[in-house]
Design a protein around this ligand. Sequence first.
Ligand SMILES: NC(=O)c1ccc[n+]([C@@H]2O[C@H](COP(=O)([O-])OP(=O)(O)OC[C@H]3O[C@@H](n4cnc5c(N)ncnc54)[C@H](OP(=O)(O)O)[C@@H]3O)[C@@H](O)[C@H]2O)c1
Length: 293
Amino acid sequence: MVERTLRDKTCLITGTARGMGRIAARELAKLGARLILVDIKGQEGREARDEIVELTGNDQLEFLHCDISSFSQVRSLANHVLERYDRLHVLINNAGVVNPVYRLSEDGFEQHMAVHHLGHFLLTRLLLDRMKESAPARVVMISSDGHKAGGPLDWDDMEIRKPWGRGLISNRGAFAGYQKSKLAMTLITYEMARRLEGSGVTVNAVSPGYFVKTTVYDNMRGLFGLGCKLLRPFFNDPERSVKTYVYLAASSMVEKESGKYWEHLATKESSAASYDRSEMKRLWDWSERAVGL
Ligand SMILES: NC(=O)c1ccc[n+]([C@@H]2O[C@H](COP(=O)([O-])OP(=O)(O)OC[C@H]3O[C@@H](n4cnc5c(N)ncnc54)[C@H](OP(=O)(O)O)[C@@H]3O)[C@@H](O)[C@H]2O)c1
């Protein structure tokens, strides 16, 4: 893996209080990046920032508290970044959630869809002109192979209410919300990459692999939840998964790569549903209306 320095490069990464986002932030800091760290957890996010500064000696790290599922908070975040940073070279859309409790975001969208897809879509669109001015620049969407587990988007149920059945708590519902939202992220990666051809901004999606050792499944109930807690020590190493984040953010080897799906430093196929061009276009238009662009 050929890496280059990120000195004088500005990178924004979401979901940095814990898990893979936190590790990725540490690795990018080691490469000398100026970093904007974002998380819904204020206290933990600030502690993560302080720890990374102490570990790496890189003090060009700012932490910003933001709930990515909230369009007003995403707009405030983007305004702050645009006012304060005249360049943005890397955007890693990593924040993620798996929650069996059915919840709508403050804008009325199902929580997985709001965090993974809509919030990140809005953030990316608001920052895109700055990224074009900073080109070469890179957007990295943290998707999941979980997007392959179900069918295509259900346009009659974009609130993803049906899989929860009549109740408000369901692991099956959480899996469906997760799957559809990660499929949406993957479809949008391809559509955005096509629209950005020739702009100097690349867009790629990443699958970190299955069952990576983080706390993302901690909200799950029943046998699955218990199994995840008991088996977590045997889950996959997040340090390995994060290598692909860093590769796509920093390596000269992939400077021109765009519109691809990656896992463990290699490209791979995403689901058949994710390559449907008419779905990409339809989702783009739906997402613009949803986030008010
Ligand atoms: N772990 C896996 O096996 C796995 C597999 C495939 C893909 N992924 C994806 O990889 C990414 C990172 O996951 P991870 O395993 O590192 O998870 P994690 O340890 O739970 O870290 C995710 C971070 O994002 C934060 N976050 C959640 N919702 C947010 C919001 N609305 N706004 C801002 N920040 C928010 C979380 O805060 P809270 O703790 O408060 O929720 C947490 O600090 C996610 O997109 C996930 O879907 C993970």
